[in-house]
Structure formats: structure tokens, C-alpha cells
Design a binder for this molecule. Structure first.
Ligand code: GLA
Length: 378
């Protein structure tokens, strides 16, 4: 494989790294270029926020800002070849900074999802976290990884962006300094790959995920009720009224939670109190990268497959969206169920639930997670 690296000084807006590949790979003409471009996207306190756009030879584009490591745009073609943006977001940084922003596109940590009573005990010590969700901790606390400015580094010769963040000992009440790295890579085959690693100097819970809100119709359909979803999961973790797992792991068969064969999201949603916002336990014996979910919007023909090394996935059907968010990308209101999230993760409240897979990272260990969002048409 001949790989030709060209550094072009002022391509598009600022610098762009280009790699061209003179071979044919499947049906993709790789003589076209992979690019990473960047442009200013405002600032937070004294830190500049930059938007990076990864493009592949097939014409797919993913934009990410270093604020929250947030995905701001995913442009993919429909069955007629028309490109559309399949994630919710805002026109400007102000949108992402609004207090009500429900984690659109962001990286989530140090502990994605909920920790009951915002409290856990580790090695005999009790740790109290911020109660930012009905007396519980949600998505890392008041200032989780979604609300910090990450250090971004373009990877030369590829369509990858490496983001790093160092979370201090005691940050949001968690023990230990945690150094996190997340690399976004756009491949030839319209896959967006997220590789996460983390290390710590004290034992601490770690559960990282991505909170993109998908609507594969790219604005044509105001909700995802007509999306067809398959989840490779025979079981899920039932929750109490504040969405904390009861500790049980139940079968989905003969319940509205059954997505073992593809069905419309809207088919049984009214039977689920509040809509879908649950953790499905993936059918897998080890942490191999395997298919977790398949989504289809028959109208546009767009499909998305989710592969992950994680043991579970939170399927959230955008229940708290109510049309009031400001500065939305196209100006259209994001109504209830306007989009859905498929958050590859460990189970919620694992630090308090000894029967759930372990989420405690210890010094000397490396947390690793890979999740792939693969787009196509049908
Ligand atoms: C997660 C949670 C939901 C909700 C959203 C953000 O997916 O599970 O309950 O808090 O984040 O609004």
C-alpha cells in the first residue's frame, strides 16, 4: 500500500493534513483524500475552542470540538446519495454552553450514567459526589468531562483526532488523578471509531461513553419513532423511579424492552414509563468488539451499526427533549424523541452494585474501550 503524506500549509480554513492512497479499497476510491481541517469555534474562559472536521474519501464528514470532546456534526449520504447531518447540535458554542444542554454529542466521564445517592464506598472510604440528578450523580457530576476543554492533536496522515484530558484527584469528588485519551478515527468504510484509554494513580470508578443524539432522517422526520432498532441483548437492568438499577437483570422476552428482532422504536414506547432510558446487557462472553445495535431509518435508507467492547448499552429515546433548547443547528425545535442515544458503557451504579461487572480502575491498570458507529444505506 502506497501512502503519500502531503502537508499543505493553508488548505481550507487553516492547516489540513492530507493522506492520499492510490489503491482501490472495496468500493471506495481512495485516490481521494482523507483530511482533517480546523476552524475557531469560540472560547471558554481563557481556552480557545476549535472545531475539527474529519473527512474520508467516500465524502463522510465528522466535526468535533475540543469543548467536551463533542461531536457537532456527522454528514452521511442517504440512499439517493444526498448528504445529511444525522446528529443533534447547535449553531454555535453558546448552544453547547446553555445550562439545559443535555450532553449533545459529548464525551461523558468520569462515570457515565448514574451513581445512586451520589455516593459510593471504596477501600473503606465513603466518597460523596455532586447530586445533580434527583439526588443521584449523573454523567460525572456538575462539571463532567462533557464540560471541560480537552487538548486536541491531529494525527498525521490519517483522519484521526486525539483528545486528552487530565482529571485531578478529588475532581467532582472522585479519588485519583485520571489521565484520559480518546481518539476519534474516521475510516474508509464510513465508520467513526472511538478508542478510549484511561489510567489513574488511585483506585476510582471509570465509565466513559459518548452521548451523540442520532436521527438518521437528518431533519426530515421530527422524531425517531419510525426508526427500526435491533439490540443484541436478551437482558436489561430494570430501574426504580429515578432510573437507578434495582440490581436485577431481567429477560426482555415478552416485554416492550425486546429489540432482539428489529422493531420500530415507537411500537411499544408508550408501554414504557417515560420512554426508553435503560441499560441493555449485551449478548457476549468477553470484551471483544462485537455488534451491539443496528438502526435503520427506512425513509432515508440510512443505517447505523454500533460495535463495542463494552458489556452494555444505554438506549435513551430522547424523553427529556421538549422543544425548548435554543440555538439548534437548523433552527428546528428538538421535540420529545427528536433523537436517540446509544451509549456503550458499563452498567449504571456499578460502584454500589457488587454483582455488576467491575468499573474500578486501579493504579497500574489501563482502562480500554473501543466503540464504532458504522454508517451505510439500505
Ligand atoms: C442519559 C440519561 C438520561 C438523560 C440523558 C440526558 O442518557 O440516561 O436519563 O439524563 O442522559 O438528558
Amino acid at each position: 500500500m502506497t501512502r503519500l503524506l502531503t502537508i499543505m500549509p493553508f488548505c481550507l480554513l487553516l492547516f489540513a493534513c492530507n493522506s492520499s492512497n492510490k489503491e482501490k479499497n472495496n468500493d471506495v476510491d481512495t485516490t481521494q483524500k482523507f483530511t482533517v481541517t480546523e476552524k475557531p469555534f469560540g472560547g471558554v474562559d481563557s481556552s480557545a475552542v476549535v472545531q475539527y472536521t474529519l473527512s474520508n474519501p467516500a465524502g463522510m464528514q465528522v466535526s468535533i470540538i475540543n469543548y467536551g470532546g463533542t461531536i457537532t456534526e456527522i454528514l452521511v449520504p442517504d440512499k439517493e446519495g444526498n448528504t445529511g447531518d444525522v446528529v443533534l447540535g447547535y449553531k454555535s458554542l453558546d448552544g453547547f454552553l446553555q445550562k439545559e444542554n443535555p450532553y449533545f454529542g459529548a464525551l461523558i466521564g468520569r462515570y457515565g450514567n448514574r451513581i445512586a445517592a451520589a455516593k459510593f464506598t471504596l477501600d473503606g472510604l465513603v466518597y460523596q459526589l455532586a447530586k445533580n440528578n434527583n439526588g443521584n450523580s449523573l454523567h460525572g457530576g456538575d462539571n463532567g468531562f462533557d464540560k471541560v476543554v480537552w487538548t486536541a492533536e491531529r494525527m498525521p496522515g490519517d483522519s484521526s483526532l486525539k483528545l486528552t484530558y487530565s482529571s485531578k484527584d478529588g475532581e467532582e469528588g472522585f479519588p485519583g488523578q485520571v489521565n484520559v485519551q480518546v481518539t476519534y478515527t474516521l475510516t474508509n468504510n464510513n465508520e467513526l471509531k472511538l478508542d478510549y484509554t484511561a489510567t489513574t494513580d488511585k483506585a476510582t470508578p471509570v465509565n466513559l461513553t459518548s452521548h451523540a443524539y442520532f436521527n438518521l432522517s437528518a431533519g426530515k422526520d421530527s422524531t425517531i419513532q419510525n426508526h427500526e432498532l435491533h439490540l443484541n441483548a436478551d437482558r436489561y437492568t430494570p430501574v426504580n423511579a429515578s432510573l437507578i438499577p434495582t440490581g436485577a437483570v431481567n429477560g426482555v422476552k415478552n416485554t416492550p424492552m425486546d429489540f432482539t428482532t428489529s422493531k420500530l422504536v415507537g411500537r411499544d414506547i408508550a408501554k414504557v414509563d417515560g420512554g426508553y432510558d435503560h441499560n441493555w446487557v449485551l449478548n457476549k462472553a468477553s470484551n471483544e468488539l462485537s455488534l451491539a445495535a443496528t438502526l435503520l431509518d427506512a425513509g432515508s435508507g440510512r443505517t447505523m451499526e454500533v460495535y463495542t467492547t463494552e458489556p452494555a448499552i444505554q438506549f435513551y429515546s430522547g424523553n427529556f427533549l421538549d422543544g425548548t433548547l435554543k440555538d439548534t443547528k437548523s433552527g428546528q425545535p428538538y421535540v420529545k424523541h427528536a433523537a436517540l442515544c446509544l451509549e456503550a458503557q458499563h452498567y449504571p451504579d456499578s460502584p454500589n452494585q457488587p454483582s455488576f461487572p467491575n468499573t474500578i480502575l486501579k493504579p497500574g491498570e489501563t482502562y480500554r474501550q473501543t466503540t464504532v458507529y458504522k454508517f451505510g444505506v439500505k
